[in-house]
Design a protein around this ligand. Structure first.
Ligand code: DOR
Length: 429
């Protein structure tokens, strides 16, 4: 049996080193052993990447795999298959599960499941508070020892300033970043969508942009006060982007991520009252959308994430105001950003790939996102020009709700390689 693989003649884009070149990549076992023109192909299977782009394996640092406890929505198996199908070799899963991932024993149980069922690598994010209640600290020390990569109460904002300050001090002691879902709870109470012209016309209660702005402002001040790195989850407002920009200029440890949906769609989509567009933070107006894209272009935004948030069809297929927020993204992320950000000339490929590989790897503190000899062979191979239509029936994810349904996209992952093994080829996992 051949133990080596040569990815032949692809265009390697490796943001960690700034390389953009046509080359071969040889993999022996789990490691990259040679990169260059005409590498040794002896004893190797060949994967012809002529005309294709080869990148470090894509990383999504914000997904909800719903384990433990919510296997009707997603499992490690279905979620990691969806990741592989979308070109991701690594994802970080959020702790708003049942039970909440708030202690080492839950982390250990989940690690066991990931080892048994995971098709791609899964990092675990521990909660900041017990039961996500924002009152008592979770077992942060134990979870840090058990290997969580970050702490977050994602899904809700940590409303109490005193609690957040303590949580950040602890997270800092363990060298972990704090990821915060920034929407002030009082200001969004009862809201279903972005507050603005559209929400007023539809007669739906809104979640104002200022709810995010205030939340982000507080977190930046606490990052300065505690010295702990804070990472703003799914940033979606103009002022929030501007504040992160200023914080970075000041040298504070503040970073941010943005989703395809907040960079591509606006609250105009809500006119259909279709629950598939319901998400938190909400799809906002054009000026906010543009500001988020500008933040990505100028380096204010460090990572593109999906916030992949599967719900069952029964839960999501109901009256708008009753439907849960969130939708899946792992299988559309690359296609949507290539179509709407790269092919439109808005964002260059190096920036796009950096924010989906080396940059999230650095934020999580994991050794990944770099195609260099000696590194683990996690790679994504993509066809920038492949046209395809989004069809949620074909998703590996159990979640079928996507705001991109039926869209024709240009660009797709055609192979995903994890630890030197091809886990997805031509869409088949
Ligand atoms: O819309 C959302 N759904 N936003 C979040 O932050 C959480 C997510 C979920 O867990 O369903």
């Amino acid at each position: 049996m051949k133990v080596a693989l040569v990815v032949k003649n692809g265009r390697l884009i490796n943001p960690a080193t700034g390389e953009d070149k046509i080359c071969d990549i040889r993999i022996d076992g789990t490691k990259i052993t040679a990169i260059g023109p005409d590498v040794d192909i002896q004893d190797a299977d060949i994967l012809d990447a002529t005309g294709l782009v080869v990148t470090p394996g894509l990383i999504d640092m914000h997904v909800h795999l719903r384990q433990p406890g919510q296997s009707a929505k997603e499992t490690i198996e279905s979620g990691t298959k969806a990741a592989a199908a979308g070109g991701f070799t690594r994802v970080a899963t959020m702790p708003n599960t049942k039970p909440v991932i708030d202690s080492a024993i839950i982390v250990d149980g989940l690690k066991y499941k990931i080892a048994a069922e995971g098709v791609v690598k899964v990092d675990i994010i521990g909660s900041l508070s017990k039961g996500l209640e924002g009152k008592e600290l979770s077992s942060m020390g134990g979870m840090a020892k058990a290997g969580v990569v970050a702490f977050s109460d994602d899904g809700r904002y940590v409303q109490n300033c005193d609690f957040m300050r303590k949580a950040m001090e602890y997270a800092g002691m363990f060298g972990k970043i704090v990821i915060d879902h920034c929407e002030d709870a009082d200001l969004i109470e009862g809201g279903h969508m972005h507050e603005g012209v559209v929400s007023h016309e539809l007669g739906l209660k809104g979640r104002p942009a200022v709810a995010e702005d205030i939340a982000v402002a507080r977190d930046i001040l606490l990052a300065e006060a505690t010295g702990t790195a804070v990472h703003i989850a799914h940033i979606s407002t103009k002022n929030a982007v501007q504040m992160v920009r200023q914080a970075k200029a000041k040298g504070l440890k503040v970073t941010a991520e943005a989703t395809p949906q907040h960079m591509i769609l606006t609250d105009e989509a809500l006119r259909s009252y279709d629950p598939r567009f319901k998400v938190n933070p909400p799809l906002r107006s054009e000026e906010h959308r543009k500001a988020v894209v500008e933040g990505l272009v100028d380096g204010t935004i460090d990572a593109i994430v999906t916030d992949h948030a599967p719900h069952t069809i029964e839960e999501k297929d109901c009256e708008f105001s009753l439907a849960p927020s969130g939708f899946v993204g792992l299988e559309t992320s690359l296609g949507t950003v290539l179509t709407y950000l790269y092919h439109t000339g808005t964002v260059d490929l190096m920036t796009l790939i950096r924010t989906m590989t080396s940059s999230p790897a650095a934020l999580l503190g994991v050794d990944a996102g770099n195609v260099t000899v000696g590194k683990t062979a996690d790679l994504t191979i993509m066809d920038l020009n492949k046209e395809w239509t989004v069809d949620s029936d074909k998703f590996y994810s159990k979640g079928k709700s996507t705001p991109f349904e039926d869209m024709i996209l240009k660009g797709k992952a055609v192979a995903t390689i994890v630890d030197g093994k091809i886990v997805m080829k031509d869409g088949e996992v």
